[in-house]
Design a protein around this ligand. Structure first.
Ligand code: UD1
Length: 367
């Protein structure tokens, strides 16, 4: 019997984590992966382009939930995911990261008594105003196997009373994707298409706490305008942020180049060539650490402390003053770092080894 795994993807940052796992599972006769896309992200630039760039097979099920309030979106994912789980009867449901799809599908599986495997478990910002923190807490509370990407994940889970035997340090699947795709990304001509011929910084911004309040958005954009006087900035704009910029009719320095969201390879290419990244994303803090590119995180906290302790990440805060202070510090003394343990491109293999061990009773030869 093969171990049937429902692998859930919902939003952009999930796809890079799922792709290496699905790829490794498809190559191993012990596993039968079934891909479910919830449709939380649905624009081609937020979803389809990533499936193509990452070589992810088309989903076996697409729930097509689309955007809505948190409660509506979560509820709709749960309603549409339950019949899929009942029909597929998997041995486990694998959820990755911390988006609404992660939590919704974990809850459905747990209530159907299907084991939940959470990849990237245990990360904590200790900031419950972040929707992702709620998703992380709930998902970890119902997960049976908790696969962590950095040592802080294990510490946090143990402190919350999760038994040690359910926690496994497997490393970082997002870095598997980075290593698999970096050479291809370097072949991208995105720099030429954008007319980049000098040093530049790369910006991403999409957290509700940064973009939904006009005053807060003005703080961040004020800092970016000052930095852009010295370093031209390229800014692929998330749909949420695009809507806020248009609603506020914000006028930006011409040295801040607003562009459409980029696919995985184009973004990785720009990130690897940039001399500074400014972001409020989670995964980009990790990718810049591995690429050795200095990163200013435009947040008050991070659930990925290893990127600060060992990597190139600096927590810059969210006010114009704090961001500019971090930028000056980064200019005076660019941060170097080392690559954290198990961010080595082998995380998918470690995930599957944990699963094989867990399901060793299920694996009956030639059945
Ligand atoms: C979600 C995740 C966040 C992750 C981010 C990456 C949650 C709670 N948040 O935030 O953790 O960092 O994805 O992008 O799960 N939209 C489109 N096209 C799309 C998808 C969204 O136009 O394909 C627009 C819609 O107006 C939508 C808004 O973006 O209302 C926000 O999308 P949503 O998935 O709710 O949250 P994100 O901000 O993308």
């Amino acid at each position: 019997m093969r171990i049937k795994l429902i692998c859930v993807a919902g939003a952009r940052p999930n796809f890079m984590k799922l792709a290496p796992l699905v790829r490794a599972a498809r190559q191993d006769p012990a596993f039968l992966p079934v891909i479910v896309h919830t449709g939380q992200h649905y624009d081609d630039k937020m979803s389809g382009q990533f499936f193509r760039d990452l070589g992810l097979p088309a989903p076996d099920h697409n729930l097509e939930v689309g955007s809505a309030s948190h409660a509506q979106q979560t509820a709709e994912i749960m309603k549409r995911f339950e019949p899929v789980v009942l029909a597929e009867k998997p041995h486990a449901v694998i959820v990755v990261g911390d988006v609404n799809s992660t939590m919704a599908c974990a809850l459905v599986a747990a209530k159907l008594l299907i084991p939940v495997v959470h990849v990237e478990a245990g990360l904590r910002s200790f900031d419950r105003s972040m929707p992702e923190e709620i998703n992380r807490l709930v998902t970890d509370a119902v997960a049976d196997l908790l696969l962590v990407s950095e040592e802080s994940g294990r510490r946090n889970l143990l402190a919350e009373g999760i038994p040690e035997h359910r926690i496994h340090f497997v490393g970082n699947l997002m870095i598997d994707s980075l290593q698999i795709n970096l050479d291809r990304a370097r072949e991208s001509d995105i720099g030429a298409r954008l007319g980049i011929n000098a040093s530049f910084g790369l910006v991403t911004l999409h957290r509700p706490s940064n973009v939904d309040e006009p005053e807060q958005l003005a703080q961040v954009l004020g800092a970016l305008s000052t930095i852009a006087e010295i370093l031209p900035l390229y800014f692929p704009v998330h749909p949420r942020t695009r809507a806020r910029l248009e609603a506020e009719s914000v006028l930006l320095s011409p040295r801040i180049h607003l562009i459409d969201p980029l696919g995985y390879l184009d973004f990785l290419s720009l990130m690897s060539q940039s001399c500074l990244v400014l972001t409020d994303s989670g995964g980009i803090q990790e990718e810049t650490t591995v690429l050795g590119v200095p990163c200013l995180t435009l947040r008050e906290n991070t659930e990925r402390p290893v990127t600060i302790e060992e990597g190139t990440n600096i927590l810059a805060g969210t006010t114009k003053t704090s961001i500019l202070a971090a930028w000056e510090q980064a200019q005076r003394m660019p941060k170097t770092g080392r690559i954290p343990k198990y961010w080595d491109g082998q995380a998918a293999g470690r995930c599957l080894a944990v699963l094989k061990d867990h399901y060793s009773g299920v694996l009956i030869p030639n059945n």
